[in-house]
Design a protein around this ligand. Structure first.
Ligand code: ADP
Length: 448
């Protein structure tokens, strides 16, 4: 570049010197210089006009090489031409990348939908047309919530964060089961991935049906066997003494099997029954008192101190028999595993954030590495400990399911040798201090 500048300046100086010599020879220095300057300005204007025409002839001609010229102007033309070619190549490269991305998303079986910050459809791939029935380009800029009107989807879509995916039948074909996973990006935009999980869903349904059917079919034979064994044990004197121990063991095992079948049936009902819309509100204090009495009756020999820390005026709303089964499972576990004379606390914090019902014991505790797996079916910390106490390994799985059906969470904390702390975190609309209108109703009822 410098070389071009230098030679341009050299040429200018040479022309200027020639003009000066010519001017001096002719004795008209000023006129010759003015003429020379005029000619240079005209040449420059001419080149500017060519440049302007070349640039303004548009995209198609700009691809043509620039007008032939020499010197500094030639250098400027070439420079612009090179920049244009470089940009064109970069554009082509980008276009290729976009084409490839579009081709690959078009070939995807997973539907991909992009939603703008106002919740309107911005872009989708062909799989989204098949799974969600989107029409290209008619549905562009439509609100997604106008096209998928299922209330569960609306709740999910309006969430701030999307931790777990949502499963719903397809809006165009309810035989298809879809899994929605939403991710936020950019400034409030969302990317939705939708997978067809019909096959998986069918297998899952088959598994649930199988467990439910097997448990149901086994219930009657086991009840009959347990009944007969119980009758036999009631008449020990008529049985040869060498048979007593085996019959006692058979009885013990058949009771265990009965418990497992009962818990499996409960679990499969929790999995298959949809959450009932009918919700009842009860007083937590009396609910906990009832569970305490049941625990004391179940384990009378253990002599536990069971304390209830709960204000009289807090309420819990939901399916009460399910909630009883969840909280009582925690309390019976505490009673089962805590040594004689142990302390068990049933606590309710209705104004907490989140509101909680807690079951605390000073029993043997659970090692940290077991805690994440405790709610898995048949997971037991200590096989012999559970078998001795008649455990099925299904109790905490039931607790987790019931709580999930009430939009609640189970948090487990425990220290070996010190005890365990099970916390059920409820949403405030389910567990709260008694509402004012209820209190007034209760008061007026007590006055009457
Ligand atoms: P199980 O019917 O065997 O009690 P659960 O699912 O209710 O099954 O509990 C899983 C395991 O967690 C139990 O086997 C037991 O070892 C452990 N566990 C549960 N609650 C307690 C507790 N309060 N203290 C100590 N261990 C507990």
């Amino acid at each position: 570049m410098f070389r071009d500048w230098r030679s341009a300046i050299k040429w200018l100086l040479l022309a200027f010197s020639l003009l000066v010599i010519l001017g001096l020879l002719l004795g008209e220095l000023a006129a010759v210089l003015a003429l020379g300057m005029g000619a240079y300005i005209i040449y420059t204007l001419f080149q500017l006009r060519r440049l302007h025409r070349w640039l303004s002839t548009g995209q198609s001609v700009s691809r043509a090489p620039p007008p032939e010229t020499f010197g500094l102007w030639g250098f400027i033309y070439d420079g612009i031409y090179h920049i244009q070619r470089r940009e064109r190549k970069a554009l082509e490269h980008l276009k290729n990348i976009i084409d490839k991305a579009q081709d690959s998303t078009a070939a995807l079986e997973i539907a991909v939908v992009m939603i703008d910050s106002k919740g309107r459809l911005e872009w989708w791939n062909p799989a989204a047309e098949k799974l969600l029935g989107l029409i290209t380009p008619k549905d562009k800029n439509q609100l997604l919530t106008n096209l998928i009107r299922e209330p569960r989807f609306l709740d999910y879509f309006q969430k701030e964060t999307y931790v777990t995916p949502l499963q719903l039948p397809s809006p165009v074909d309810n035989r298809l089961m879809l899994e929605y996973q939403i991710t936020r990006f950019g400034e409030g935009e969302r990317l939705i991935l939708i997978r067809d999980i019909s096959q998986l869903h069918r297998l899952e349904m088959m598994r649930k049906d199988f467990v439910a059917n097997v448990s149901h079919e086994l219930r009657t034979p086991i009840t009959v066997i347990t009944g007969y064994l119980e009758t036999l044990l009631d008449q020990k004197e008529s049985i040869a003494s060498r048979w007593i121990k085996p019959i006692e063991q058979m009885y013990q095992q058949s009771r265990r099997m009965e418990n497992i079948i009962r818990d499996l049936l409960t679990l499969s009902q929790l999995e298959t029954k949809s959450v009932s819309r009918q919700q009842t509100s009860i007083s937590v204090a009396s609910f906990l008192r009832e569970i305490k009495t049941d625990a004391e009756q179940l384990f009378p020999e253990k002599n536990h101190r069971i304390n209830i820390e709960c204000e009289d005026d807090c309420e819990l709303a939901g399916n009460i028999s399910e909630l009883y089964s969840a909280i009582s499972n925690l309390v019976f576990n505490a009673a089962k595993y805590t040594q004689n004379e142990g302390l068990i606390i049933l606590r309710c914090i209705p104004a907490g954030n989140p509101p909680t019902i807690e079951v605390i014991d000073n029993g043997p505790g659970i090692a940290a590495h077991h805690i994440p797996r405790l709610t898995e079916r048949f997971y037991r910390v200590d096989e012999s400990r559970s078998t001795d106490t008649g455990g099925t390994g299904l109790g905490l799985a039931i607790v987790k399911h019931v709580l999930a059906r009430h939009s609640a969470n189970l948090v487990i904390a425990s220290t070996l040798g010190k005890g365990s702390h099970f916390t059920c975190q409820f949403p405030a609309e389910r567990l709260h201090p008694a509402r004012r209108e209820n209190k007034i109703a209760q008061k007026s009822a007590s006055i009457q």
